[in-house]
Design a protein around this ligand. Sequence first.
Ligand SMILES: Cc1cc2nc3c(=O)[nH]c(=O)nc-3n(C[C@H](O)[C@H](O)[C@H](O)COP(=O)(O)O)c2cc1C
Length: 194
Amino acid sequence: MKVVCLLGSPRENGNSATVARHFLHHAEKFGAQTESFFLNGLNIKGCQACNLCKTKYESCVLNDGLAPALEATFHADIVVMASPVYYGDVSAQLKAFIDRTYSFLVPDYIAKAQPSRLTERKKLVFILTQGHRDPDWFADILPRYQDLFHWTGFATTHPIRVVDVYQPGDVDKRPDVFEKTAALAEKWLAGENA
Ligand SMILES: Cc1cc2nc3c(=O)[nH]c(=O)nc-3n(C[C@H](O)[C@H](O)[C@H](O)COP(=O)(O)O)c2cc1C
């Protein structure tokens, strides 16, 4: 099993990255191969709407820092997206990546029963950390993306939301989060490599 992780925070060791790495650590214990991309450290562009991925090529033509991340994601079994909540959404870094997964959609995807170029449907872990302590705030983020993720080729999306974490390290005081994250890794990976 291959697990690819997109880290969307500018804090390399912030709350969202800490949770994501915990998932990867447990996935490795069950034999998974893991690869992480710290998006903030890459030279990245948003989608240019050139539509060449629909007219002439089968993948994104931009040759920037996101190209290897898209390629790795294409071949992954499980994808982890981790982001802080910024102004009620994912970070700009992760949003740029998500927009570029448009290149995974086939031409005329709206009318197709199989809109995605991903042949094997993948699992997605969607990690969001937020400063606000009320879980009702920003609960709309995943539902807004979920149908699009399904089109893109993710059969299952499992959210891990952590509220009331503001400073880097705040999540370290939340053992419940780490227990749930480890349990998810075990559920999705145990047995696969046994
Ligand atoms: C530019 C910016 C915007 C933010 N917007 C929100 C927000 O809309 N809602 C919220 O609850 N927290 C917000 N926060 C707080 C972060 O979501 C919080 O600190 C999070 O745990 C950071 O995760 P990280 O350590 O992985 O970067 C914001 C922080 C910054 C710097």
